[in-house]
Design a binder for this molecule. Structure first.
Ligand SMILES: Cc1cc2nc3c(=O)[nH]c(=O)nc-3n(C[C@H](O)[C@H](O)[C@H](O)COP(=O)(O)OP(=O)(O)OC[C@H]3O[C@@H](n4cnc5c(N)ncnc54)[C@H](O)[C@@H]3O)c2cc1C
Length: 408
């Protein structure tokens, strides 16, 4: 193939936008086309939870402008959904009926929240939390609401529960599993999160799930569970995981798993087609498995690495992912690999409930694979984070040092 001239990037999240910017830095003359079905240039998804708590104004969420793309000669198409990709003809088709030719294609389309699948699910007041428009919708509802139920055992449900509580609603947090992040935290970590949430006035419910939503005049009023409990809800905030956006790719030609399967260079099985960010199920050479990252910083890294590889270099993804979030007014960080990625990852943990208040409580769980430290979770005390990241990056065998690492 002659030098690629036409790059098409699907998705303008941090992965796609970073890729477009990197492609332009690398080559002032190539054609770059960037699509998004949202109406906005890049905004900061990580800042949506503070925005919901009114701690970040909407104007501070935007990270790029239309002018940014214009100045760099990046053809930016907001509110344009890519509906199919024709690989033999090397074209993408949009919902406006237009076709665009590419030499190299990057799929960076992220994910869409799984809908709640119970009677009442389409009622007004059943909400999701993935986009700026979701956030605006929630911001409009919260002042009109008294009570909310957050459903789900992972980060998004936590963000919803915490924001609803911070905004003064009565909050129930309904988790189908035995605890928050049940594959990442062990029982004792779950107890610590439970204690912190309850101290903040959240009603915690485990091992139960929604059976139906009660409604009045088309608006949700309560969640009724399989365990036959009933919780008032003017808002039901769903954080039930998400499906990844790759339905426009021909599955008989592009290898698809949960995400779009790539090698460590973010190349798919189709020459010239790459994937990056949340949607990429990339191959981790050290862990010898494919997985999706799901964090902001790794999506940015993916965007950069994919762009460089599309332009002709050959760099693997080398990334210790890190997801840091508030945990009410404590903090939590999840670094590197966890048993969500490989079930045979081993762990040790330590919980310290000795502080006089929950602000002094802390938790540390370390994950090992092939006698190396590959991941960690910290709650409360964060001082060891940098050292642990360095041990993970160093890939040293630490079989005898496990408990020492707990005291680092
Ligand atoms: C509320 C919330 C809080 C979060 N908090 C944190 C945090 O504290 N720390 C952290 O590390 N991560 C956090 N994350 C995760 C982080 O935001 C994501 O990992 C990251 O934004 C993924 O970026 P991306 O570019 O891969 O995908 P996205 O940001 O999802 O961008 C993909 C874009 O592609 C568009 N698109 C999809 N399909 C099509 C199509 N067919 N045609 C055109 N466009 C399409 C989508 O609408 C979207 O705009 C949070 C996420 C959310 C939602």
């Amino acid at each position: 193939m002659a030098d690629p001239q036409r790059y098409v990037v699907l998705g303008n999240g941090v992965a796609g936008t970073t890729a477009a910017e990197t492609l332009r830095k690398n080559d002032p003359d190539c054609d770059i086309t960037l699509f998004t079905d949202e109406p906005y240039p890049l905004y900061n998804r990580v800042a949506l939870p503070p925005a919901l708590k009114l701690k970040t104004p909407e104007s501070k969420l935007f990270m790029k402008t239309m002018e940014f793309h214009k100045e760099r000669n990046i053809c930016f198409y907001p509110e344009t959904r890519v509906t199919s990709v024709d690989l033999p003809r090397r074209t993408v088709l949009t919902d406006h009926g237009n076709e665009f030719v590419f030499d190299r294609l990057l799929v960076a389309t992220g994910g869409t929240p799984n809908p709640i699948d119970v009677p009442g699910a389409t009622a007004d007041g059943v909400c999701y939390f993935q986009s700026l428009d979701d956030t605006k919708d929630l911001l409009g509802r919260i002042p009109r609401s008294m009570s909310a139920v957050a459903i789900g055992g992972s980060y998004i449900a936590y963000e919803l529960a915490e924001a609803f509580r911070a905004r003064g609603l009565h909050v129930t947090w309904l988790i189908r599993g035995p605890r928050f992040l049940h594959r990442v935290l062990d029982e004792s970590g779950g107890q610590l999160v439970d204690a912190i949430a309850r101290k903040h006035g959240v009603e915690m419910v485990y091992t139960d799930s929604a059976e139906r939503l009660e409604t009045r005049d088309g608006h949700v009023t309560a969640v009724v569970t399989k365990g036959d409990r009933r919780f008032d809800a003017d808002i039901v905030g769903c954080g039930l995981g998400f499906r990844l956006n790759h339905e426009f790719l021909p599955p008989d030609q592009v290898e698809i798993g949960y995400g779009v399967i790539t090698n460590q260079f973010l190349e798919t099985n189709v020459e010239g087609v790459y994937a990056a960010g949340d949607v990429a199920e990339f191959y981790d050479v050290d862990l010898e498995t494919h997985y999706t990252m799901g964090t902001w910083a790794s999506a940015a890294t993916h965007g950069k690495v994919a762009a460089l590889n599309m332009a002709g270099t050959r760099q693997p993804v080398v990334e210790v992912r890190s997801y840091t979030t508030m945990l009410f007014d404590s903090r939590m960080t999840v670094i590197g690999a966890t048993p969500e990625i490989r079930q045979d990852i081993e762990s040790v943990s330590h919980t310290d409930f000795s502080g006089a208040t929950y602000k002094g409580w802390s938790y540390r769980r370390l994950f090992f694979f092939d006698e190396r430290l590959v991941g960690a979770v910290l709650i409360g005390d964060m001082h060891a984070k940098v050292d642990l990241v360095n041990v993970i990056r160093g890939k040293k065998k630490v079989w005898d040092d496990r408990s020492e690492l707990l005291r680092l």
